[in-house]
Design a protein around this ligand. Structure first.
Ligand SMILES: Nc1ncnc2c1ncn2[C@@H]1O[C@H](COP(=O)(O)OP(=O)(O)O)[C@@H](O)[C@H]1O
Ligand SMILES: [Mg+2]
Length: 232
């Protein structure tokens, strides 16, 4: 198994002097290829800060973060943009689809930025939509889809670049229980096919579907345990 990411003594401080907020206080963490990790913790504990670092949306104040063997501090802005576009698939609570664009066009977007040609984009986007069971809805715009379907489109968009890491921030936070079950079944399927997934959630039943659960408290990892699914 290869190491997808490694954090070594990661600290994140917002502001300075008296106003400084120590959002992360020395996080050590490694995630191997094929891991399915849930991150839990109370509001303000540092989850989003950690996700922003993992997604290369932000750089830590100190410590080392290696993604697929590369120290992210040594990457240029262009290289970071490429990593965000091609190595990481982002899934958000609010889906973040582009309105007035078809599901297919939304899924194609990361490939547009990646410079993939039109026919190839279309083929790969349809394949990704098929993976989440929505190939027949390819022409629908977001407002014509249910919340659960929109999140499935967002998952297809996250997968279309074949990323090293899928990062999801409260992906079921806006969904009813039936749609939540659909989304979790897709994650199960992705995990089974060896995809590396890190998911933030408040919900215990969502976290228990992962193979490993990290709890964060006050910027530290308070616990790191394997779930029953990992043992099975
Ligand atoms: N941009 C920022 N500037 C100042 N403080 C911030 C900023 N972002 C987060 N924080 C603070 O860092 C801590 C961790 O926040 P966050 O990572 O958003 O926690 P969570 O996602 O677990 O709710 C909190 O005390 C929060 O107020
Ligand atoms: Mg947050």
């Amino acid at each position: 198994m290869s190491r997808v990411l490694e954090l070594d003594a990661i600290e994140q401080v917002y502001g300075s002097g008296d106003a400084a907020v120590h959002a992360l206080r020395g996080i050590d963490l490694s995630v191997e290829s094929g891991d399915y990790v849930a991150i839990m913790g109370p509001s303000g504990s540092g989850k989003s800060t950690l996700m922003n670092l993992l997604g290369c949306l932000d750089i830590a104040s100190s410590g080392r973060y290696s993604l697929a063997g590369h120290d992210v501090r040594e990457l240029s802005e262009n290289e970071l943009a490429r990593v965000r576009n091609q190595e990481i698939g982002f899934i958000f609570q609010s889906f973040n689809l582009v309105a007035r664009m078809s599901a297919l066009a939304n899924v194609e977007l990361p490939l547009v930025y990646g410079g993939v040609r039109r026919a190839e984009r279309r083929r790969r986007a349809l394949e990704a939509l098929d993976r989440v069971g929505l190939a027949q809805r390819a022409d629908h715009e977001p407002h014509e889809l249910s919340g659960g379907q929109q999140q499935r489109v967002a998952i297809a968009r996250a997968l279309v670049t074949n990323p090293t890491l899928v990062l999801a921030d409260e992906p079921t936070g806006n969904l009813d229980s039936a749609s939540t079950d659909e989304i979790l079944a897709i994650f199960d399927d992705l995990a089974q096919s060896g995809r590396t997934i890190v998911i933030i959630t408040h919900e215990e039943h969502v976290a228990e579907r992962a193979h490993r659960v990290l709890s964060i408290r006050d910027g530290n990892i308070a616990s790191d345990r394997l779930t029953g699914i990992a043992a099975a």
